[in-house]
Design a protein around this ligand. Structure first.
Ligand code: GDP
Ligand code: IMO
Ligand code: MG
Length: 420
């Protein structure tokens, strides 16, 4: 068997959580492979809305096995909150959730370092979710990190103290007040919750599942344009959010990858700082924000909104080898008379049709205008019920990007999904 991957093609929040929940019944196993509680994946069904941060989005399907892979970074405090919320909803989480021993832990001092670093950057700040993601991945690559597997070692407390002391030294460079003790008790409490789960060597388990013929879906967090290598650096997250991240974040060989589902919104959003060529800082952008409820699932911050960016989408499809496109939130555009799509950019007076290295320079988007569908599509159940202008919009994207759109999401609920 091969492992399928689902990931975001824009700046995150494409609706990955919803789609993983929809696809989960087709898979035996759902795995998260990178990122951490900077992610906020929203699922809606039976009038319940639930946001997951660390836990894979297969968790509401009783038959699914859920694995937090080695590439993920875990904050035990947030993890515990997620577990308690799920248990309160009656989810039998202990049975179906497994955690890689190789996943790294976000320490209280990682969060403080994140906050101190952002505060020191002033206007050039990344707009981080302040969950400690950057400092934790820095300690991972700097070979100082503490892993889930360390929690059962007799020297765990000593490792914690040594790393925290290192962080205290670094924090002296910043003019930043903090109170570590306040957070430490709940952190150690969260560690106990974590230890009550099956801590596994997930690379063996996952490869064995494939050998046994089990189906696996890897769930990406963030989006391709936030990737540490291919995103709009330095306004990115600290992990590889792309397809290759599933190889390193789960221990899967490239030859074992099957389908790559790329999720994109029918327009674009971005939360945090950094370049955004098609951003609309006017009433049209405001209309998208209000109608799309574009406020962060993790931080509540308003998301920046803009038109669909075809060169950016093509870039993401290229980097990930996307085989199936999934479009979400087209219903949000139902009240727009005219829909615009960025076909290419002008850079220093010259047209370019690809996403360049110089995304930090002023790229001027050039738009094609299309007639809006101006119809409610949230109740459409089949492709044939969709308005012709919307189908034209989808066909145009397919023609440009050269990958078929196989799923169309027309609302936040599990049921509001059309399989094409
Ligand atoms: P993720 O991080 O990629 O999982 O996405 P988020 O959950 O952060 O943000 C997507 C938001 O859009 C959530 O509030 C979803 O409930 C919602 N959503 C997902 N798909 C659709 C859709 O097709 N239409 C509408 N209107 N909302 C959607
Ligand atoms: P999901 O999985 C949208 C953004 C932050 C910031 C930058 C770096 O829900 O799509 P970090 O906390 O990683 O240091 O922040 O990345 N960011 C996201 N934006 N969706 C996310 O996740 C994000 N995770 C991080 O806003 O600009
Ligand atoms: Mg999100």
């Amino acid at each position: 068997m091969k492992l399928d991957i689902l990931l975001g093609l824009q700046w995150g929040d494409e609706g990955k959580g919803k789609i993983v929940d929809v696809l989960a019944p087709d898979y035996n196993v759902i795995c998260r492979f990178q990122g951490g509680p900077n992610a906020g994946h929203t699922l809606e069904f039976n009038n319940i809305k639930h946001v997951l941060h660390t836990i894979p989005s297969g968790v509401f399907r009783p038959e699914s096995i859920n694995i937090i892979g080695n590439g993920v970074v875990i904050d035990p405090v947030i993890f515990k909150k997620e577990i308690v919320a799920l248990e309160n909803m009656g989810v039998n989480i202990k049975k179906n959730l497994f955690i890689s021993k190789r996943a790294h832990l976000i320490l209280p001092s990682h969060r403080i370092l994140d906050a101190a670093s952002e505060a020191s950057k002033g206007k050039t700040k990344i707009g981080s979710t302040l969950k400690g993601i950057g400092p934790t991945y820095m300690d991972k690559t700097g070979r100082n990190g503490i892993r889930v597997g360390d929690t059962t070692s007799p020297s765990f407390k000593e490792k914690y103290t040594n790393l925290t002391n290192k962080h205290k030294e670094i924090l002296k460079q910043y003019d930043y007040d903090y109170n570590l003790e306040e957070y430490e008790a709940s952190w150690f409490d969260g560690i106990e919750t974590l230890k009550a789960f099956k801590l596994i060597e997930s690379e063996h388990e996952i490869n064995n599942y494939l050998l046994q013929g089990k189906t696996i879906l890897a769930e990406g967090a963030q989006g391709t344009l936030l990737d540490i290598d291919f995103g709009s650096y330095p306004f990115v997250t600290s992990s590889n959010t792309i397809c290759a991240g599933a190889c390193t974040g789960l221990g899967i060989a490239p030859t074992k990858i099957g389908k790559v589902f790329g999720v994109f919104k029918a327009y674009c959003t971005r939360v945090g700082s950094g370049p955004f060529p098609t951003e609309l800082e006017d009433e049209v952008g405001e209309q998208m924000r209000q109608q799309g409820h574009e406020f962060g699932a993790t931080t509540g911050r308003p998301r920046r909104c803009g038109w669909l960016d075809i060169p950016a989408l093509k870039y993401s499809v290229m980097i990930n080898g996307v085989s199936n496109l999934i479009v979400t939130k087209a219903d949000v555009l139902s009240n727009f008379k005219t829909i615009k799509v960025c076909t290419h950019y002008m850079l220093n007076g010259k047209p370019i049709d690809y996403m360049p290295y110089e995304i930090n320079e002023p790229l001027v988007p050039v738009y094609k205008e299309m007639k809006g569908w101006e119809k409610d599509i949230t109740k459409c159940k089949n492709f044939s019920e969709l308005p012709k202008e919307f189908i034209e919009y989808l066909k145009y994207i397919e023609m440009e990007v050269k990958v078929p759109i196989t799923i169309i999401s027309v609302g936040p609920d599990r049921e509001q999904t059309i399989l094409n």
